[in-house]
Design a protein around this ligand. Structure first.
Ligand code: NDP
Ligand code: MG
Length: 383
């Protein structure tokens, strides 16, 4: 039977690669609903090719233009109601691939879990802002929550569904576009330089997060929730080749690692098929003799300040990680808009965390209002 897929963020980097996976295996997967923001060219092309019966887009003008472009008549909805409609359109056994960027992904994730729909989660901001709510909902309904992030997919595969006898999760970090620069050398760097990632081609926000190393910080928090491990058991090491996607160390000192060439279609597809596997067409095979050597370095937490801030926020818990995420999303948006310097990103996040009175068990409403307040404050100061 075909797996019915609901895809949020269909026009993004993960979204397009998810469509590629569906395209390669029409006998296994079918796109039933999809959501995108305002990229009409990509959105309309995906809709025509896959003919989902329900589509959500950012706003009414985009929806009107989409209706005119399409040669068939799907139901079209807009805004966050539209995202929720796609998330709730499925039935138990379907899967929601959540590949929107940012905390806007939280509401739809919770809605889908409540309906018993499995989740393939790329949208790490969901777990960072409200991991306690997502994991509690997942436990209640028993849906599958499969990671798409390459590090977490690697860890899940090394763990094989077991939590027993684990002593450490070891996340690898490529170092991003500025790996070899000192903090001093980061003064005045341009947006285009920061967007130039050495190993992965990704959306703009996550590429900047990789350069600040906030991405790895968000991933530590994501790993804490997904694998139920305390922060003391989660390490990060620098591994510039991005060949080892992550590792698990066991109490006897054995370390299991997951290796492969950097290709996000592999973890995306595995999140849809696990524990089975299918071929990934055109994916380059790993030839270790060509790679020659793999390199590792301990992390420098002063150089990569954002990583330390994220781990500290994770340890604080409660609303601190929602503050971290909202401040970072807003700061990165302002940097991409040339309204903030690269080094300001860490500073803005740190200041937001310092000023916040932590709510220890925040509700969804608490998280949404903290998220909004933090963004508004940063916009008032910088935009
Ligand atoms: P992109 O920026 O490439 O894509 C984001 C997608 O979300 C686009 O389809 C965009 O639509 C849509 N979108 C954004 N805001 C809204 C909104 N308010 N309503 C509806 N749709 C919206 O991001 P990525 O694909 O790179 O990343 C997506 C998520 O996956 C992030 O959480 C990221 O951290 C995570 N991730 C990404 C990886 C990668 O390799 N790219 C690796 C691991 C995790 P549009 O463009 O049409 O406006
Ligand atoms: Mg990752």
């Amino acid at each position: 039977m075909k797996r019915q897929i609901h895809l949020l963020g269909a026009t993004g980097s993960i979204g397009e690669q998810t469509l590629d996976v569906i395209r390669s295996h029409p006998e296994h997967f079918e796109l039933v609903s999809m959501a995108f923001g305002s990229n009409l060219d990509k959105g309309a092309a995906a809709a025509e090719e896959f003919r989902p019966s329900l589509i959500a887009c950012f706003d009414e003008p985009t929806a009107q233009e989409l209706r005119q472009r399409l040669r068939y008549k799907p139901e079209i909805t807009v805004g966050s109601d539209g995202l929720h409609a796609c998330a709730e359109a499925g039935k138990p056994g379907d899967v929601l691939v959540n590949a929107v960027m940012g905390s806007v992904g939280l509401g739809p994730t919770l809605k889908a879990i409540e309906k018993g729909i499995d989740i393939a989660i790329a949208n790490k901001e969901t777990l960072v802002t409200a991991g306690h709510l997502v994991m509690a909902a997942q436990k209640k309904t028993g849906v599958r929550l499969a990671p798409v992030d390459s590090e977490h997919s690697a860890i899940a595969q090394c763990l094989h569904g077991e939590k027993k006898d684990v002593s450490k999760l070891i996340l690898t970090a490529s170092g991003g576009s500025f790996r070899d620069r000192t903090r001093k050398e980061l003064e005045g760097v341009k947006v285009e330089e920061a967007l130039n990632h050495p190993n992965w081609s990704m959306g703009a926000k996550i590429t900047i997060d990789s350069a600040t190393m906030m991405n790895k910080g968000l991933e530590v928090i994501e790993a804490h929730w997904l694998f139920d491990q305390p922060y003391d058991n989660i390490d990060v090491i620098l591994h510039k080749e991005s060949i080892i996607h992550s590792m698990v160390e066991y109490v006897d000192g054995s370390v299991l690692a997951h290796l492969g060439t950097p290709d996000m279609r592999v973890p995306i597809q595995y999140a849809l098929t696990e524990p089975s596997r299918l071929a990934v067409s055109g994916s380059e095979r790993l030839k270790l003799w060509e790679v020659g050597a793999l390199h590792f370095q301990p992390m420098d937490y002063e150089r990569f300040r954002a990583l330390q801030l994220a781990i500290d926020a994770g340890r604080t818990g409660g609303s601190a990680t929602a503050v971290l995420n909202a401040a970072n999303e807003q700061a990165v948006a302002l940097f991409l808009d040339n309204k903030m310097t690269f080094l300001d990103i860490d500073r803005v996040v740190e200041r937001a965390l310092e000023r916040h009175n932590v709510i220890s068990e925040p509700s969804l409403e608490d998280i949404q209002s903290v998220d909004q307040e933090i963004r508004e404050e940063i916009i008032r100061t910088y935009a």
